[in-house]
Design a protein around this ligand. Structure first.
Ligand code: IMP
Length: 431
């Protein structure tokens, strides 16, 4: 039995939440390993819509352990709020089903402030972040001045960590024209929220290691997408963590061999929130169709998502950089009713055909998509539960995607509903 890592292969919002929820029925443990509450995972369970940002999607299933791994940056107030919101809808959350790695760095108000001040001052160079403080929190982690979950348990350590952190932030804030932060009020706020987090804190690596050796099934839940990766994304228009499958090991505290199957989530078209290059972006009626039928509005920030044709170049790269074994294709039904559908198969750059996205920004800005046109379909694919229920042009479209990205479809999701999945290969029983 393989443990499964689920990652986004595009710019996020591929529909990971639904697939993770579907897979979590077979998992014992579900681990978030990077990102923070910039993620927005929408799940529909018995017609009820749940929007999760920090809590692993498996929290909605009884008898599962949901883990927030050390690779995440954790806003303790956002966690408390999400726990309250989910609990209010009848989901029981306790240390029995939620574990937070004690070495997880915290997102504090200073991070949110810095994220927003920088974006507001950046003019055309803004990244279009979610404003959640993600980037500044990761900077402080790497800068060795973060406050971590375990620090909440001891006043003396917490005070000294805060002093160190503010010795960095206050001069920076002054330079940006913001008021300095009073350490006492931040300390008070942290002491206030600590009891909401500490009951869940523990050595996640140890628990995971033990249960891994005992043969429990682990599902690693990625957030964002491969082209938002800090190394392999469209830098600097990226998030501040590694979103690739390799991050699952370090972000959970297990070795790379613990991940047996990498499932890449692929939306049948492309979307992006925020700034940055997007070669196959559409500004016409087809783009409008994708945006409206696909309800492409951000779960976290409510921003409209930019929409475009499926870009095979991007997904082909993600399949390599994450070692994707199979894909879950989502939102096929959004293309229902389109007369023709197009796929970006490569780019034209300065009169030449290229089959990968250049790294240099000035070259990225000059690429034009090379599009292949396929026949559309009028029939509805929504809710299909068998391959045989799909119209022939839809099957042809899927086969062409597989061919172009050199990776097979393992799962096909045909609606937001939990059970509307066609399973070709079950990732958990693939080896
Ligand atoms: P940050 O992660 O808030 O720093 O934002 C950096 C970039 O990543 C921005 O373009 C965001 O729109 C994008 N981003 C962050 N999280 C998500 C997500 O969950 N889905 C899609 N885009 C995201």
């Amino acid at each position: 039995m393989a443990n499964v890592a689920v990652i986004g292969t595009q710019w996020g919002d591929e529909g990971k939440g639904k697939i993770v929820d579907w897979l979590s029925a077979q998992a014992d443990i579900i681990v978030r390993f990077q990102g923070g509450h910039n993620a927005g995972h929408t799940l529909v369970v018995d017609g009820q819509v749940f929007k999760l940002s920090l809590l692993p999607s498996g929290i909605l299933r009884t008898g599962k352990l949901a883990v927030i791994g050390n690779g995440v940056v954790l806003d303790p107030w956002a966690l408390a709020e999400e726990i309250d919101a989910v609990s209010d809808r009848g989901v029981k959350i306790s240390p029995e089903n939620l574990l937070v790695a004690e070495n997880t760095p915290l997102i504090l108000s200073v991070h949110r402030d810095l994220d927003r001040i920088r974006e507001a001052n950046a003019g055309d160079a803004r990244i279009g972040t979610t404003g959640r403080g993600i980037g500044p929190a990761y900077e402080d982690k790497v800068g060795r001045r973060a406050v971590r979950v375990a620090d909440l348990a001891d006043t003396i350590t917490l005070e000294s960590r805060l002093r160190r952190l503010l010795a960095h932030h206050n001069p920076l804030r002054q330079g940006l024209g913001a008021d300095p932060v009073d350490p006492d009020s931040l300390m008070a706020a942290l002491r206030d929220v600590a009891p909401r987090v500490l009951p869940f804190a523990g050595p996640a690596w140890k628990v995971l290691g033990k249960r891994f050796r005992a043969g429990d099934r682990i599902l690693f839940e990625g957030a964002q997408g491969s082209h938002l990766d800090i190394d392999y994304g469209t830098y600097p228009y990226v998030t501040s963590s590694n979103t690739l499958a390799g991050a699952a090991a370090t972000g959970a505290g297990l070795g790379p061999a613990a991940v047996g199957f990498v499932l890449g989530i692929v939306k049948t078209y492309t979307t992006r929130v925020g700034e940055g290059p997007f070669p196959s972006e559409l500004h016409d009626g087809s783009g409008h169709h994708l945006a409206t039928v696909g309800r492409e509005r951000g779960t976290v920030t409510g921003r409209n998502r930019r929409c475009g044709w499926f870009d095979a170049v991007l997904v082909r790269q993600s399949c390599v950089t994450s070692g994707v074994n199979g894909i879950a294709l989502t939102k096929l039904d959004v293309l229902d009713g389109m007369k023709e559908v197009k796929i970006c198969v490569g780019y034209e750059l300065d009169g030449e055909f290229i089959d990968d996205l250049p790294v240099a920004s000035n070259r990225q800005a000059r690429v034009n998509p090379v599009l292949e046109t396929l026949e559309g379909w009028t029939e509805s694919t929504a809710g299909a539960r068998r391959w045989a229920d799909l119209p022939a042009p839809a099957i042809k479209y899927i086969r062409r995607i597989e061919e172009l990205i050199d990776c097979p479809v393992a799962l096909l999701s045909t609606s937001p509903e939990r059970e509307d999945v066609i399973c070709v290969t079950n990732p958990f029983s693939s080896r």
